[in-house]
Design a protein around this ligand. Structure first.
Ligand code: HEC
Length: 103
C-alpha cells in the first residue's frame, strides 16, 4: 500500500545502480533538513556506527531497504509513518512505528 501512496516519490525499480544512487534524496546534502532528520538518515545508512548502543548487528537498515529506503520494489519506507499505528495480527494489538522497527 505504501508503495502505491509514494510511487511518484520513489526511485524507479528499473533505475540502474549508479543512477539510483544519484537519485537518493540525501538530507545530509540539504541545508534545510533538521538535525533529527539528518541523524535518522545516518542511523538508517550506518546503523552500527550511529546506533551502536541499540544493536550488535553489523547490518544497517539500508542494507535491506535499498537506496536509503527510497527504491521502488526494495521495501521502501518513504511515507511509512503514515501507516502507523496499525493492528498487528501476531501480537493482537496496535503497533506503533517504533514497535515495528524494534520488532
Ligand atoms: C536483514 C534485512 C533488514 C534490515 C537490516 C532491516 N530491515 Fe526493515 N524490513 C525487512 C523486511 C524483509 C521487512 C518486511 C517483512 C516483514 O514484514 O517483516 C521489513 C519491514 C520493515 C518495516 C515495516 C514496513 C511496513 O510496510 O510495514 C519497517 C518500518 C522497517 N522494516 C524499518 C527498518 C529499520 C528502521 C531498520 C534499521 C534499524 C530496518 N528495517 C532494517 C528487512 C530488513
Amino acid at each position: 500500500m505504501i508503495a502505491l501512496l509514494c510511487a511518484g516519490l520513489l526511485i524507479p525499480q528499473s533505475a540502474p545502480i549508479g543512477e539510483a544512487k544519484a537519485r537518493i534524496k540525501d538530507p545530509l546534502a540539504d541545508p534545510t533538513a533538521s538535525q533529527e532528520v539528518r541523524l535518522g538518515y545516518r542511523i538508517f545508512e550506518n546503523t552500527p556506527k550511529y546506533a551502536s548502543e541499540r544493536t550488535q548487528s553489523k547490518l544497517s537498515c539500508g542494507n535491506c531497504h535499498l537506496n536509503a529506503g527510497q527504491k521502488e520494489g526494495a521495501m521502501p519506507l518513504v511515507g511509512i509513518a503514515s501507516v502507523f499505528p496499525e493492528y498487528n495480527k501476531r501480537t493482537g494489538r496496535q503497533f506503533t512505528l517504533e514497535d515495528r522497527v524494534v520488532g
